[in-house]
Write a protein that binds this ligand. Structure first.
Ligand code: PLP
Length: 417
């Protein structure tokens, strides 16, 4: 094409982000018909019962009183003093006793996933995840010359499909020297499923077995826990970390940490790729590699967000307060999710097994068509490859009760012809 000098790998068809496109349509409908008439269940941001963005009061207060130097000044590439400790306190309740932990600050969990995909796979390799997954996983892989492969997330009894994972992981290890397995749990996006500690034990045991079977290959196990604070109690959600033990020498465990949900700071772009190192050397090599990557891609990460993370987690009184505020948010979202899920069962709308969190997934044969029909009913959801995504986080309890029957009818209609 004339006057276009894009490199081959950068040539892409224009594909508007499905989530933001659906959200735009919903906003247009609200402008035309008013908020009460429209169910806008598109974005993954928490809105209260009056439709206002939910921000932890402690976070808001800190933002409004932040000294300008903390807002405008550069942060060190590896994080401001206390960052690594604050991440650990947020994740584990204290600095880890079991692992050598390093945390590389990233612009949100998205940046953490980028670092994992770039630094733990070779060119052309595939990352492995569940077949219900957050859409940008694929973009991040493809943007970096990698691919995405998936395995069926649920078995016939709607439990985590360990058998399918074993088959897929084994197959990938036959083809690649380096594998990256990413599991988004608890409160998976888009299903709201949370793996049990028993399921996590089986996955770790599988990694041990494959590690021994393929001693010359490298296995990276990455837990994307972006929604961990919107699941069950702190103690229950953290039990999955206890499963990470006796890892083989050719494996490494990473955690995607995000401030977007736990600190209601989606727009402030801060998170971390965290390594649960088995040795000090491994953790230090991780930190060196991630720092190089950060310097080369985004340099440093928003200082004010890091400041807030440190000031909350390193001050027990402030942390107690922020935790209490977050628990209220979590309980509201859980109540809405349960309302939708319960009503869906009642009206015969089949959903993926939902435990907690921002989203519920509804399998269907023709998601694009079903979503289009729903637009006519002023119900806006996100069509995905395997079904529709509904967001209790963004919709009032009353609308969570109203939506399942409308969705059931739309899906039936979409599958009629
Ligand atoms: N992982 C999952 C599964 C997500 O749903 C999201 C955000 O929606 C992220 C990671 C990253 O979010 P952020 O980059 O805003 O921290």
């Amino acid at each position: 094409m004339k006057y276009l000098t894009l490199a081959g790998h950068a040539e892409r068809e224009y594909a508007p982000d499905k989530i933001f496109a659906a959200s735009q349509k919903a906003k247009a409908a609200i402008a035309q018909f008013g908020g009460d008439a429209v169910i806008n269940s598109t974005l993954g941001e928490c809105l209260d019962e009056d439709g206002k963005l939910m921000v932890l009061p402690t976070v808001e207060r800190m933002i409004r009183t932040m000294p300008v130097e903390e807002i405008c000044s550069y942060a060190p590439i590896g994080g401001i003093p206390g960052f690594n400790e604050a991440v650990q306190i947020s994740l584990f309740g204290q600095a880890s006793q079991r692992f050598f932990v390093e945390s590389a600050p990233t612009p949100g969990g998205c940046g953490a996933l980028r670092h994992a995909v770039w630094n733990f796979l070779e060119n052309g390799d595939a990352m492995l995840t569940t077949d219900w997954f957050w859409g940008p996983y694929r973009n991040i892989c493809e943007e970096h010359g990698r691919r995405l492969e998936t395995f069926p997330m649920f078995d016939e009894e709607d439990r985590f499909n360990c058998g399918a994972l074993e088959q897929a992981l084994g197959g990938l290890l036959e083809r690649q020297n380096q594998v990256l397995l990413v599991l988004n749990t608890p409160a998976n996006n888009p299903t709201g499923y949370s793996m049990t500690p028993e399921e996590m034990d089986r996955v770790v045991e599988m990694i041990r077995r494959f590690g021994a079977l393929y001693p010359d290959k490298k296995i990276t196990f990455c837990l994307d826990v972006s929604y961990i604070d919107f699941d069950d109690t702190f103690e229950n959600t953290r039990r999955i970390f206890d499963c990470i033990r006796d890892m083989p020498e050719n494996a490494m465990t990473l955690v995607v940490f995000s401030m977007s949900k736990s600190y209601t700071m989606c727009g402030m772009r801060c998170g971390a790729l965290v390594c649960l190192g088995e040795t000090k050397e491994a953790a230090e090599r991780f930190k060196a590699a991630m720092s190089y990557s950060s310097r080369s891609v985004w340099s440093n990460v928003v200082r004010m967000a890091q400041r807030i993370l440190v000031d909350i987690n390193l001050n027990p009184e402030v942390k107690r307060q922020a935790d209490a505020e977050r628990e209220k948010f979590r309980d509201l979202i859980s109540r809405r999710g349960e309302t939708f899920y319960g009503e869906a069962k009642r009206v015969g709308l089949k959903c993926c097994p939902y435990k907690h969190g921002y989203f519920i997934a509804i399998p269907c044969k023709n998601p694009a068509k079903a979503a289009e029909i729903l637009c006519g009913d002023n119900v806006f959801v996100v069509p995905q490859a395997r079904g529709l995504r509904f967001s209790p986080c963004a919709v009032t309890t009353e609308k969570c009760l109203r939506a399942p029957e409308i969705i059931r009818r739309a899906i039936e209609k979409s599958e009629e012809e």
